[in-house]
Ligand binder design. Structure first.
Ligand code: PAF
Length: 286
């Protein structure tokens, strides 16, 4: 069954208000569409926590740099609406750019620390765009619980921080990464990879598997684990590695030793496609 669609903020608010009056908790899964199993697993998590699940589909121009793939980003509302509905989302909120950002739109949510390195350094302005739209979506949907994917680990850390710093009364769940049969993390960008590039992209997963093996074996020295990841990545010369790092899960700052929840994070380009992936290195992580 397809989910209902709200294209305006007013329609979305009215549907959520009606669901709340009917006694439902509201779950929220923000996406940019092109739904795959990773997104749908977030809907599953939201369904476990709430009776009425809203999934937003909005390709957010604020989080794309001028040379990034905003125009090429895949869009298929009918397909996404069907998939979201079949998985139990009750409402798809799919606003236009002008609905979200009527001109002039000059406000930005910015954050220090968690957003400065790694994806923040590679994609200037990206996290301002993400946090601005997430704050807006939180205020529109007003969910009890929102589900984000561990695949975008730095984004998850930044959203957790946003909710704490700005007192959003929302529980944040970070759900485990869903992987394809070859280990590649599900991503809307995997569709851009040729067969050959896809084989090479497996290098990210292999490097992270090595990191996990070392950490599980008791290695806590972050530099040693990073060196081992780089060694695995170097076996695939076509991979242009941007970073391979051990960071603390909550602040996304590099660590010397793994003493609490940590993340091994990798970013690399294969051809024209930029891929990111990570694994949590402590048992109490998501
Ligand atoms: O992870 C994404 O798809 C996006 O960054 C999000 C959270 C939907 C904000 O546009």
């Amino acid at each position: 069954m397809s989910a209902s669609v709200a294209e305006t903020i007013a329609e979305c608010r009215a549907a959520v208000t009606a669901a709340r009056r009917a006694g439902h908790r509201i779950g929220f899964v923000p996406t940019m569409g092109a739904l795959h199993e990773g997104h749908l697993s977030l809907v599953d998590r939201a369904r476990e926590a709430a009776g009425f699940v809203v999934l937003s589909i909005f390709v957010n121009p604020l989080q794309f740099g001028p040379k990034e793939d905003f125009a090429a980003y895949p869009r298929d509302l009918e397909r996404d609406r069907r998939l979201a509905g079949e998985r139990g989302a009750a409402l798809v909120f799919a606003p236009s750019v002008t609905e979200m950002y009527p001109s002039p739109f000059v406000t930005r949510v910015t954050m220090r620390e968690a957003t400065e390195e790694f994806e923040g350094a590679a994609r200037p302005g990206h996290f301002d765009g993400v946090l601005t739209v997430v704050a807006k979506l939180f205020l529109i949907v007003q969910p009890d619980v929102a589900v984000f994917g561990q695949k975008d680990a730095q984004q998850a850390a930044a959203v957790r921080r946003l909710v704490i710093d700005l007192d959003f009364p929302i529980e944040i769940i970070v759900a485990s990464t869903v992987r394809e049969a070859d280990g590649l993390a599900c991503s809307s960008r995997n569709g851009f990879l040729s067969e050959d590039e896809r084989r090479k992209a497996r290098g990210l997963h292999l490097a992270l598997t090595r990191a996990r093996e070392l950490a599980d074996g008791g290695e806590t020295d972050a530099r040693r684990i990073e060196a081992a990841m780089r060694e695995v990545l170097a076996r695939v010369p076509a991979l242009h590695v941007e970073y391979a790092a051990i960071v603390d899960r909550d602040h996304f700052q590099p660590v010397e030793r793994i003493e609490g929840p940590a993340v091994a994070a990798v970013a690399a380009r294969v051809g024209k496609t930029r891929l990111i992936d990570n694994v949590v290195l402590e048992a109490d992580g998501p």
